[in-house]
Design a protein around this ligand. Structure first.
Ligand code: ZN
Length: 365
């Protein structure tokens, strides 16, 4: 019998200027620290704070090489061992953070995650994606524990392009629908157990928060300001969605996302943008309530998530390419099997065509 299971980061701190707390948090967890930072962080974010001045020789700053690959993880791990590092900070986008999380796990030291964009729900999770040197998906690495601290500086996130925040909303939109499917079909969550009431309620809160504050948050981001609505959406994208997907499970939307990556034309789209189209497809696949479908389409349109093939950069996609996506979506290891409906490539293709046609029809209205 599988247990009910939920996982969380040790501490979650979200504030304007939160990075100022970094030296104190580092001292709380260790004596010699390494900040693995993306090039933007090294060039234009770290110089604005006094982290380097405060920690002096007890801090090593290392620029991330751009890919979360085994080679990069090895490089960071040797740095940890040679410099006798006992706490690591991952500061930047998803790949920088994932490299820091894996390197910390391999060396048994704590990790502080500082996301500088809110484009996915990866920061709080205990898993990370490893890529080959050429940027092709390799495997998922599961850590022993979730990050000790997730430190979210909303000032930094509000200065990033709003497409990141909107994409994060796409990733967060899937959380409730996938959690609900796992609950209905008694499927396993993403941390090796069954969903708790906690996980499920957090997933629902994530969805409600998006519907309520999504548009206002995008407007705030476009003006590089932090408002209560912006704060709520950052929390939804990073914390609620993070706990929601890991503790309640994945479903059709992420499987369809993975299927879409089989088409090279979609590579310019962000994770959350493809996931959002996966949600729309899942509504048609699972015979979902039309009133709820209306709400989801309206939400996607209002914040600017793709609802048509054209917006996915596959305007003239043919049957053979759709079949490629559908076959990849239905692979035995994919979370599409957590849905309570017939799971055949032909049904996935029909649902994708229905999702696109509905999106197109609505745009003409
Ligand atoms: Zn995701």
């Amino acid at each position: 019998m599988k247990p009910f299971k939920a996982v969380f980061p040790g501490k979650y701190i979200q504030a304007e200027g939160a990075v100022a707390q970094l030296p104190e948090l580092i001292r709380l967890l260790g004596t010699k620290s390494l900040i693995l930072a993306s090039s933007t962080v090294v060039k234009s974010i770290l110089p604005r704070y006094s982290v380097r001045e405060e920690l002096k020789e007890s801090l090593v700053i290392c620029e991330f090489n751009g890919e979360c690959s085994e080679k990069e993880i090895e490089r960071v791990c040797s740095l940890i061992q040679n410099e006798k590092i006992d706490v690591i900070v991952g500061m930047g986008g998803g790949k920088t953070i994932d490299t820091a999380k894996i390197s910390a796990d391999k060396n048994g030291i704590p990790v502080i995650v500082v996301p500088t964009i809110a484009s996915t729900d990866a920061p709080c999770s205990g898993c990370a994606v490893v890529y080959t040197m050429n940027g092709v998906f390799d495997y998922v690495y599961y850590q022993k524990m979730n990050p000790q601290v997730v430190l979210v500086d909303t000032k930094i996130i509000s200065c990033a392009p709003s497409r990141f925040l909107v994409s994060g909303m796409g990733d967060a939109l899937a959380t409730w629908f996938e959690a609900r499917s796992c609950e209905r079909t008694n499927s396993e969550n993403a941390c090796g157990g069954y969903s708790t009431l906690t996980g499920l309620s957090i997933a629902r809160l994530c969805y409600d928060t998006l519907l309520k504050y999504g548009i206002s948050a995008r407007i705030a981001n476009e003006n590089n300001i932090v408002t209560p609505a912006f704060n709520h959406i950052v929390e939804a994208n990073i914390l609620l969605s993070g706990i929601g997907f890991e503790s309640s499970g994945l479903g059709a939307a992420h499987a369809i996302h993975n299927g879409l990556t089989a088409l090279e034309q979609t590579h310019g789209l962000y994770h959350g943008e493809k996931v959002a189209f996966g949600v729309l497809t899942s509504l048609h696949l699972t015979d979902n309530d039309p009133c709820e479908n209306e709400t989801v389409y309206q939400f996607c349109e209002s914040v600017g998530l793709p609802t048509t093939f054209r917006e996915l950069n596959i305007k003239n996609v043919g049957y053979d390419d759709l079949m490629k996506v559908a076959v990849a979506t239905c692979r035995p290891e994919e979370s599409i099997h957590h849905e309570a409906c017939s799971i055949e490539p032909e049904s996935i293709i029909a649902a994708m065509i229905a999702a696109d046609a509905t999106g197109r029809m609505r745009k003409k209205q």
